[in-house]
Design a protein around this ligand. Structure first.
Ligand SMILES: CCCCCCCCCCCCC[C@@H](O)CC(=O)SCCNC(=O)CCNC(=O)[C@H](O)C(C)(C)COP(=O)(O)OP(=O)(O)OC[C@H]1O[C@@H](n2cnc3c(N)ncnc32)[C@H](O)[C@@H]1OP(=O)(O)O
Length: 357
């Protein structure tokens, strides 16, 4: 019996390849994959040259998964193969020249952007079905309402600080650096006390944030605000207060509205971009500014002996030693949170990256 090649039609999605082999009533199917990229097909069936043994082999452009799905019908053999990496292929085969027996399957054919839209629509449906399952939580409305209000209050508080400082900077210039604390500290105290809820929220399962990143963030800022600025009058009229408050409030006037929109299931691309990119320059600058504040406070703590610990034999441990240790912790905290924020950013943009590849 002569061995012939059947007509094979193909189409792809980001994650799969579809092959349609024009062979009716196919029997004795032998489909195997070698080295995760060479597909070998052999079967007895009715093709273009009548009842015969047909075979073909295809070396794929990239690796595929070993589990091959196939279905033989009266009219054809359908094969579905999963790509190892979910990305769009420029062509099906490694060799640039298309084999003569291979043609696009126009019944299934989509170009890359249509396939991307199909993928997004599928993801949306999946998300809606997950959300509808989550909606079974009877307190969901209450939780979302609470989070929305929390974020709104924080947004208003930090906006007040940011606008107040910006206006004063325009009117007074550098003079405004010296009395930031007296104009904005009360509101900052309020916002940062409220921010303690950011540590409690993940513990109660209200948000997906990790407890540690939130704790580092809140504990770090509150140490600066209450211990360095709040307890030392000598620090309160230093320009560093301006920089610390300005850096903190700049990120928050974007972060909290981003969360507010998330609570009502909405997203603004620009706001998302700002939330997941602005921290890249702001976070290190913020830590540097906080470190400068700590360093400036060291001689004041030494001089005033405020918070110093009495030790045996009449010695005292100046609080400035604790602060020097804290300076090291700050950079450790910076590393942990920078990595956390980087992971969050990657997670958020993962689907977009998939499109680019
Ligand atoms: C043992 C003692 C330790 C003492 C520590 C000493 C070390 C101190 C060093 C600290 C250095 C701090 C320096 C810092 O103060 C400097 C500055 O802040 S400078 C200014 C720039 N700063 C920033 O950009 C940081 C801003 N802060 C944050 O981003 C967060 O606080 C942080 C916890 C760091 C990260 O946020 P998160 O993990 O929440 O990331 P996401 O935004 O991606 O959120 C995850 C998901 O949860 C949902 N979520 C979170 N919060 C809310 C909310 N309030 N309302 C509604 N939804 C919320 C969010 O939508 C995400 O959901 P999804 O995954 O579905 O998108």
């Amino acid at each position: 019996m002569q061995i012939l090649t059947p007509h094979v039609y193909w189409a792809q999605r980001h994650g799969e390849i579809y092959l349609r082999v024009e062979l009716s009533d196919a029997k004795n199917l032998d489909i195997n994959l070698q080295n995760n990229n060479i597909l070998q097909f052999r079967a007895l069936g009715h093709g273009a040259k009548g009842e015969n043994e047909y075979e073909f082999s295809l070396e794929f452009l990239e690796l595929v998964k070993p589990d091959i799905n196939h279905k033989s019908t009266q009219r054809q053999v359908d094969i579905k193969i999963k790509k190892q990496e979910e990305r769009w292929w420029d062509r099906l085969t490694l060799q640039e020249k298309k084999p003569r027996f291979l043609a696009p399957d126009f019944d299934r054919w989509l170009d890359e952007s249509d396939a991307e839209m199909e993928l997004q629509a599928r993801e949306k449906i999946k998300k809606i079905s997950v959300e509808s399952r989550v909606r079974k939580d009877p307190y969901l409305g209450l939780k979302k309402g609470y989070l929305f209000m929390y974020n709104l209050v924080q947004f208003l508080g930090f906006s007040w600080i940011f606008v107040n400082m910006t206006v004063r900077l325009f009117i007074l210039g550098q003079d405004s650096f010296y009395d930031t604390f007296h104009t904005a500290a009360d509101m900052m105290y309020f916002c940062q006390m409220m921010a303690l809820l950011e540590v409690i929220n993940p513990l109660l399962g209200l948000v997906k944030t990790g407890f540690f990143p939130a704790m580092i963030q809140v504990a770090g800022r509150n140490s600066i605000l209450f211990v360095i600025f709040g307890s030392l009058e000598q620090m309160q009229n230093k320009p560093i207060v301006f920089f610390v408050f300005y850096l903190w409030s700049t990120i928050e006037i974007f972060r909290y509205p981003f969360y507010m929109l998330a609570c009502i299931g909405t997203e603004w691309k620009l706001l998302t971009w700002l939330r997941y990119n602005l921290w890249i320059p702001l976070y290190p600058l913020g830590v540097i500014a906080e470190a400068v504040a700590v360093i400036q406070s060291l001689p004041i703590f030494d001089e005033t002996q405020l918070f110093s610990f009495p030790l045996p034999a009449g010695y005292t441990l100046s609080f400035s030693y604790i602060l020097q240790l804290y300076l090291v912790l700050m950079f450790l905290g910076l590393f942990i949170n920078f990595r956390h924020l980087y992971t969050q950013r990657k997670r958020r943009y993962r689907s977009r990256k998939r499109k680019v590849h």
